[in-house]
Design a protein around this ligand. Structure first.
Ligand code: SAJ
Length: 438
């Protein structure tokens, strides 16, 4: 086509909803995003490598807790949402959101393979007049240094016939108050034209859009948000260790500090840092700053402290049993709750897995219960199946509350247990000589 004003053309197609929207990666970020744009009236094509996910979506079944099958069914019926494993679909798409995983390797350096593979496929099927937005959490500079060259090597020009942005995903699975539609959406482009098109795009389906001046700003926003949490959790974990040595109730300290109506935000100590965001994302930043010769010391220190918490808990269990003249070796220790945080079923990076592994290394006989997690596999260990909590409490020498799921019979647990180590203040308000608190 002659020198088209693609910005104008795409803006019009986005505003009249005729733009064909694509989402690469149909997980807890991509599927809700695809559903929001389908609900806004766009025809959306989801692209995922896993055939079973594609089949479930095309049969109107949701596998994501925040999306109901009832919500998806009409979108399938009306043809506003479909899924495929074939990247050739990109040829027909006007916009593409990349929502693929960005895991860290064991060596704490970023695994960019999912982003690279997706960009390779998109580049192979690209055409003039595309808006591409990377949403996967990554180090500042990824969009400019890695994605842009891959998408322009075929001759497209950013800001003219290719519009490239970064927009951090802020999905909080299971959050009853904030879902994709009403979580403010930050977006920054390679050029001002890219940013404005990205902002126009999100404004069609999401409640609030926050344009920023570049992709690096948008990438850094996400890392600040999650590094802020990780470091503050590290701070209160260190405070918990200090209070333990000084015989001060750290939970009472934090609750009283939280009475300050300004300039304070409570975080709580725990058995360690789990999940696929908070323990991971800050290391994207520290990896990148290291390349620039800057040591991200806060991140490294907080990572160390948070990583020590499982060991701190295991020592606490051993000392508590010792105070009851019981060696850890040979004692039955029951773990109550293994998900990485309350009321979810996700065990990724869960400190419970480390605690079970460490207790096993010291000879404890282990069982666990978790209403949301029927079975787990400990690294290099046999799979474990959940047992009934109160049955285990009857025989365990020590019960360790690692995840404080709601609706658990904590009062009865204390009455029947011989000894309880509470790492989450789940027994707040219950006093008993049997309770040892973090
Ligand atoms: N944790 C503590 N003490 C705290 C808070 C959390 O030990 O005071 C632990 C949790 O038990 C868990 C880990 O830290 O093991 C992470 O907990 P999280 O509450 O940060 O939950 P995540 O990992 O699900 O974080 C997500 C993030 N959302 C996105 O990245 C889009 C985070 O930015 C949200 O703030 C968080 O959800 C949330 O608030 O629920």
């Amino acid at each position: 086509m002659a020198n088209q004003n693609w910005h104008q053309i795409l803006t019009k197609k986005i505003e009249d909803r005729s733009a064909r929207v694509g989402v690469v990666g149909l997980g807890y970020v991509g599927l809700p995003l695809a559903v929001e744009f389908a609900k806004a009236g766009f025809h959306v094509t989801g692209i995922d490598l896993v055939q079973s996910k594609v089949d479930q979506i095309n049969s109107g079944v949701s596998y994501i807790q925040d999306i109901t099958t009832e919500e998806m069914a009409p979108l399938m019926k009306s043809g506003h949402l479909r899924a495929t494993t074939d990247f050739a679909a990109v040829k027909e798409l006007d916009t593409i959101n990349i929502c693929v995983p960005t895991p860290l390797r064991k060596t704490k350096d970023p695994d960019m393979s999912f982003i690279v593979d997706s960009c390779r496929e998109i580049a192979a099927n690209s055409h003039p007049g595309m808006l591409v937005i990377l949403e996967s959490t990554t180090y500042p500079g990824t969009t400019d240094e890695l994605v842009l060259p891959m998408l322009t090597k075929g001759g497209l020009t950013a800001g003219e016939d290719l519009f490239l942005c970064f927009s951090p995903e802020r999905v909080d699975p299971g959050n009853p108050n904030f879902q994709t539609f009403n979580i403010p959406k930050v977006v920054g482009g390679i050029t001002a034209a890219c940013t404005s098109l990205g902002a126009t795009f999100y404004s069609q389906a999401l409640k609030t859009v926050i344009p920023v001046s570049s992709t690096s700003v948008a990438e850094m926003v996400k890392l600040l948000e999650n590094t802020f949490r990780m470091i503050n959790i590290g701070l209160v974990n260190e405070l918990a260790i200090m209070c333990d040595r000084m015989g001060i109730n750290v939970w009472e300290v934090i609750d009283a500090a939280a009475s300050k109506p300004f300039g304070f935000m409570p975080f709580y100590p725990g058995p360690g840092l789990g999940g696929h965001c908070i323990p991971i994302d800050p290391f994207y930043l520290s990896w990148k700053t290291k390349q620039a010769g800057i040591e991200a010391r806060f991140i490294e220190l907080a990572g160390y402290i948070n990583g020590q918490m499982p060991h701190f808990v295991v020592d606490k269990v051993q000392n508590a049993l010792n105070d009851h003249s019981k060696p850890l070796r040979g004692s039955h220790v029951h773990i109550s709750g293994v998900a990485y945080k309350r009321n979810i079923d996700d065990v990724r990076e869960s400190p419970a897995l480390d605690i079970i592994h460490l207790l096993g290394q010291r000879g404890a006989k282990l069982t666990y219960s978790d209403p949301h997690v029927p079975s787990i596999r400990i690294e290099h260990g046999e799979p474990m199946k959940a047992v009934d909590l109160m049955t285990a409490v009857e025989t365990a020498d020590c019960v360790v509350i690692v995840t404080d799921h709601s609706g658990q019979p904590y009062q009865e647990l204390v009455e029947k247990a011989k000894l309880v180590v509470d790492t989450r203040n789940a027994l707040k308000g219950i006093s008993s000589p049997k309770i040892v608190r973090l």
